[in-house]
Design a protein around this ligand. Structure first.
Ligand SMILES: [Zn+2]
Length: 272
């Protein structure tokens, strides 16, 4: 592993390097890591900023939207001056302003059944910050098939959820938790039901923390547990998740072996 840091890097990451669980070796792991962030919105904003600040060497960002005025109540990687700019370009600019030493790979495209596996295989770990079930299931299926760890967060109104899915290491997958996507319209999205902006900031920051833990291999993984945060009650709780022995994606009875089922789904891919 390349432990050759410049003087500026040693100064920039000194508060990491001081941590016994991180140190120079941990910082080198972060520098070598390639993380894909799907959705440059309310969750993606703190994710991209904290991953860039932490010195994740390569950060891919997938989003095909442009910055809109109604995004700025929560999507803090963007600015009023960048309304109309593609979100991947805006997020890349914010990340580079914070840390010019990291490589940002903007993918100004919609994640589809045709490009998901190819994109996901280029990275070590994937974070889902999207706002609709069709994309969440596509990401979850693609990550399981590509054997990539998925750090998944979701927010709605005043509540957030977070988990880590590693079916390739024996943990449950997203479909062990939710077998099927609810029919369109059954569960409201943030654009329909609203979300308190700061809630996305907290959940995206928790998500970034779990990404760093997974890369560093420290602490207790959130794999096999679902964190639920009720912001109004200021209450966190964690429920256990177990692999579903009949799961269509990760069990011996699996029926999902490719992404073909996602080809017929025409869903908007917007970040929270
Ligand atoms: Zn499963």
């Amino acid at each position: 592993m390349d432990l050759d840091f410049s003087e500026d890097e040693i100064r920039r990451y000194s508060r990491h390097i001081l941590l016994a669980d991180v140190g120079g070796i941990g910082q080198a792991k972060l520098k070598a890591a390639k993380v894909l962030v799907i959705g440059a919105g309310g969750l993606g904003s703190p994710l991209v900023l904290y991953l860039a600040a932490a010195g994740i060497g390569t950060i891919g960002i997938v989003d095909d939207d442009v910055v809109e005025l109604s995004n700025l109540q929560r999507q803090v990687a963007h600015t009023t001056a960048r309304i109309g700019v593609p979100k991947v370009a805006s997020a890349a600019e914010a990340a580079h302003a914070l840390n010019p030493g990291v490589t940002i790979e903007p993918h100004a495209t919609r994640l589809t059944a045709d490009n998901a596996l190819d994109l996901i295989r280029r990275y070590d770990l994937v974070c889902d910050g999207t706002d609709n079930f069709a994309t969440r299931f596509l990401v979850a299926d693609a990550c399981a098939l590509a054997r990539r760890t998925l750090v998944s967060a979701a927010v709605l109104r005043f509540e957030g959820q977070l988990s880590v899915f590693k079916p390739h290491e024996g943990g449950p997958c997203y479909r062990c938790l939710y077998a099927e996507a609810p029919p369109p319209g059954a569960v409201p999205t943030c654009s329909e039901a609203g979300v308190l902006g700061a809630v996305t900031g907290v959940m995206g920051t928790l998500q970034a923390t779990e990404v760093l833990k997974e890369i560093l291999g420290i602490g207790e993984s959130l794999c096999g547990r679902l964190l639920i945060w009720d912001a109004l009650a200021t209450r966190f709780r964690t429920v256990k998740l177990r692999p579903d022995p009949h799961c269509a994606l990760c069990s011996p009875e699996a029926t999902i072996h490719d992404l073909s089922a996602h080809r017929d789904v025409a869903a908007p891919v917007c970040a929270v």
